[in-house]
Design a protein around this ligand. Sequence first.
Ligand code: MN
Length: 433
Amino acid sequence: MNWWTTDDTHDPERTSWVDSAQGHCDFPVQNLPFGLFAPLGLEPRIGVAIGDMILDLRACARVGMVDPAVSGSLQETTLNQLLSLPGGQRRVLRHHISALLSDPAHRPALSDKLVRAADCVMHVPATIGDYTDFYAGIHHANNVGRQFRPDNPLLPNYKYVPIAYHGRASSIRASGVPVRRPMGQRKPPEADAPTFGPTERLDYELELGVWIGAGNELGTPIPIAQAGDHVAGFCLLNDWSARDFQAWEYQPLGPFLAKSFQSTISPWIVTAEAMAPFRIAQPLRPEGDPEPLSYLLDADDQRHGALAITLEALLLTRAMRDQGLAPMRLCQGPAANLYWTVQQMVAHHASNGCNLNPGDLLGTGTISAPTRDGLGSMVELTVGGKEPIHLPSGETRGFIEDGDEIVLRATAQAEGFVPIGLGECRAVVMEAK
Ligand code: MN
């Protein structure tokens, strides 16, 4: 079984006896993402999303309703052990859950193990040992590079090296947790010296998150042909950024406090198995671009390694909320705008022998499109704040203000299959303190 092979769990005819699953924009029975949820006042436990409901997998495991081989990992308080399972075992579990939720014969035994998602708090699903953020959105790299270096937007390494930096794992929070506007050093170009204060250029970044499954031993690289076996699933990632801090601190070692104050993820892990129907060929590189070096080049990865996912970011200000207005879409674009596949990121990350662990998180980098409607950050949309955007409330925005909420969403679509979503990634910005 390859990570792009579909099976009867993806059958578009399959339905669930959980009514809200039918036609659900994120969680039809073809998705079945794993998460860590807490019903009101209770401790977190592992579950699977189905329509507007969550099936309590810990409760299922406790009464022997799942394969004994995975029963222990479903009773943990994080998903790390489940993520560490070989893809084959996760696939068996997926088949089993799909059968439980599609065959109405299981309804009587499961109805007391279903809770309304709206009544639960979602947690960060795994203990994230390490978080690495890539920079694989080439249009973003071009747009931002042009602002920092007009004559030289892409540095010479970009088309050879999947560029990344080591991010901060401790400050990653699940969707819904507010973000405090960070304090830091900022020095406008015209000023002689920096001052310390709240960021004046708070930004969002629209990214895919990648959950690492099985890890590799320190000193043992992951060959590109096997890199897909180490990817357990996907989420949305908002890599909040303080652009003024970033501009001042980023040379020579890259982002630090401009990014580490908080990152927000969607709480559901949409598995690599669920994503199988939505694998597409990596777009051909433009004429004149170099071929990836051989350790990053694999025929199957080029044929199946990209993702048919459309991502979008929306903004809801306090005034818009007060006026009952809907969030305004800031951008929308395909994940195929990534210059590197997720497998290339994994193979590159481990190519020096660096060990990845179950529950590590990768960010793809901001995914922007070449056109204005697909720019995945404010710094691109407003050209560094110089061309503010106009909102339906009559307000304008150069960057994100206190009380603003950023919402990320994404849908995977392919001809002949039921679309699935990644669930929401949202957070409100609170004033600095
Ligand atoms: Mn980023």
